[in-house]
Write a protein that binds this ligand. Structure first.
Ligand SMILES: C[S@@+](CC[C@H](N)C(=O)[O-])C[C@H]1O[C@@H](n2cnc3c(N)ncnc32)[C@H](O)[C@@H]1O
Length: 250
C-alpha cells in the first residue's frame, strides 16, 4: 500500500463513498451532522461531497496521517488536515465536537497494529456523546461484532456489497475501546491458502485495488515483510502469512 497516496489520484478502497453514505441515510444515521469527519480519508475525494449531498452534513473534515493524501484532497477543494488519529488528534479536532465519524477501510488497516487502541480512543474523543462512528470494512459481521469494547454500542451491521460490511457504533459511556481479548481477525479466506504469490494477490485484493496496487508492488512488499524467502519463485503464502501481511498494510 505504501505510496498509493503519492500517486495523487482519486482512489477508493472497498466501495464508492456514496454506497456508504446512502446506506447511512436509509438507516437514518448521521443525518444533518454539524460536523462529519472522514478518518483515514486517503485520496477518496468523493467522500466529502457524499457526506454533504447524501447526509446533509453542514461541515466536513477529512483526516489522514499521510501528507500526500491531504495535499491531493486540498487541491481538489476538500477541507482536509494531516492528522494521526492514533496520536493527539485533539490538536486538530476539538474533543466532543463531531457528530459523525466515517471510516472507510482505515480501521481495517489499523486493526491488527499495536496502535488500534489509541486510534479508537482518538475517534472516541472527537465524537460528541451519542455521536456515531460508521465503519466500512472487509471483515465479516461476526468478526466486527467481536472487536469493540464497552466504550461503544453497536447500532447496526449491514452488508454494503458482497465484500464490504457497514458497522455503526454509538459513543457509549464505557472505557474499553477494544473487546477484552483483542481480536485481530483474519479477513482472508483461510481455506484457500497456501497460494502462490500471483493467486494470493488475486484473492487478497479486489480488481479495483489491483489497478493501484500492482503485482510488482505486492512482490516487493512481500520481500519487505518476509525477506528473501519471498524472493524465491516457489514462495507460497500460508493463511498465516496472508494475515501477517495484511497487518502490515496500514
Ligand atoms: C486503505 S486506506 C483507505 C483510504 C480511504 N478511506 C478509502 O476508502 O479509499 C487507509 C488510510 O488510512 C490512513 N491511516 C492509517 N493509519 C492512520 C492514522 N493513525 N491516522 C490517520 N490516518 C491513518 C492511511 O494513511 C490510508 O490513507
Amino acid at each position: 500500500m505504501d505510496g498509493y497516496a503519492a500517486q495523487q489520484r482519486e482512489f477508493d478502497w472497498l466501495c464508492e463513498p456514496s454506497v456508504m453514505t446512502r446506506a447511512l441515510r436509509e438507516l437514518r444515521i448521521g443525518c444533518d451532522a454539524g460536523l462529519a469527519v472522514d478518518v483515514g480519508c486517503g485520496t477518496s475525494s468523493g467522500m466529502a461531497a457524499a457526506l454533504r449531498e447524501d447526509l446533509g452534513a453542514r461541515a466536513v473534515l477529512c483526516l489522514d496521517k499521510e501528507a500526500a493524501a491531504i495535499e491531493f484532497l486540498r487541491r481538489e477543494g476538500v477541507n482536509a488536515r494531516v492528522c494521526d488519529v492514533a496520536n493527539d488528534p485533539d490538536a486538530v479536532v476539538a474533543p466532543g465536537s463531531v457528530d459523525l465519524v466515517v471510516d472507510k477501510s482505515a480501521l481495517d488497516c489499523i486493526l491488527c497494529s499495536d496502535g488500534v487502541g489509541c486510534y479508537l480512543r482518538g475517534v472516541y474523543t472527537m465524537l460528541r456523546p451519542g455521536g456515531s462512528y460508521a465503519i466500512a470494512s472487509f471483515r465479516t459481521e461476526d468478526e466486527l461484532r467481536r472487536i469493540f469494547g464497552g466504550a461503544w454500542r453497536i447500532i447496526e451491521v449491514v452488508a454494503l456489497t458482497p465484500r464490504c460490511r457497514l458497522i455503526v457504533l454509538a459513543k457509549d459511556s464505557g472505557d474499553d475501546m477494544l473487546a477484552p481479548r483483542v481480536v485481530t481477525p483474519d479477513a482472508t479466506p483461510r481455506d484457500r491458502f497456501p497460494l502462490a504469490v500471483e493467486e494470493a494477490y488475486e484473492v487478497m485484493f479486489s480488481a479495483e485495488e489491483r489497478k493501484w496496487y500492482s503485482l510488482i508492488d505486492f512482490r516487493g512488499d512481500l520481500i519487505g515483510v518476509f525477506e528473501m524467502r519471498a524472493a524465491d519463485p516457489r514462495f507460497e503464502l500460508s493463511a498465516h502469512d496472508a494475515e501477517l501481511f495484511m497487518r502490515r498494510m496500514g
